[in-house]
Design a protein around this ligand. Sequence first.
Ligand SMILES: C[S@@+](CC[C@H](N)C(=O)[O-])C[C@H]1O[C@@H](n2cnc3c(N)ncnc32)[C@H](O)[C@@H]1O
Length: 218
Amino acid sequence: MRLRKIPNASELVGNHPNFVSEPEKYKGKWTRYFQNTNPLHIEIGSGKGRFITTLARQNKDINYIALERQVSVLAKLTGKIPDTELKNLAVVNADAELLPQFFSPGEISRIYLNFSDPWPKKRHAKRRLTNSRFLEIYKVLLKDDGIISFKTDNRDFFEYSIEQFELSGYSLINITYDLHKSPLADGNVTTEYEERFLKQGLPIYALTARKDILPPLY
Ligand SMILES: C[S@@+](CC[C@H](N)C(=O)[O-])C[C@H]1O[C@@H](n2cnc3c(N)ncnc32)[C@H](O)[C@@H]1O
């Protein structure tokens, strides 16, 4: 996401009450941070935050973490949260590569990947957030019945992601090649990017992937 640099973005984000400056301190202890044992849902690459702030307002019994690596973008997200309003949302400024430093195995119930950068060049495939390298990391951090929800406007990226999810042993459910013309549109919360593509009349591709733990063979 390209955005004009906000000169005081680090300060704006750093001073916000929902910002967590040392997320590694809460590895395996997010229940302590949120002071409850509600399920933990994270969005990777939250952008300007329309999606996750809406969900956090709608579902007070779920704890949310917005992970975003660009601080200028995060400043837009924190700008959407009046101080002290959302106690069930934590904001983290970091790259997805660092997830294992922030979460213990089985700590996350759900991961959202919304309009992740498609990295179309083959030599950049490893950077895609649905590359099997990342899918293996998510698998460790998700609970046994954990799920990943993925939406994109890019058909090639979507088809690549389906292959990667299958290679990594996830079960795919609710696959749609036109989310907004499907029954799954009901209750769908849109992101900033999604709104832009919808205005252009473009289809949105979406799926849910479930981490499946097979029972032992004996
Ligand atoms: C195309 S934008 C989509 C933003 C938002 N999800 C939406 O749908 O409006 C992708 C966002 O993911 C962030 N991002 C990309 N790779 C990331 C990574 N490895 N770790 C954390 N954030 C990442 C980018 O900085 C950018 O803000």
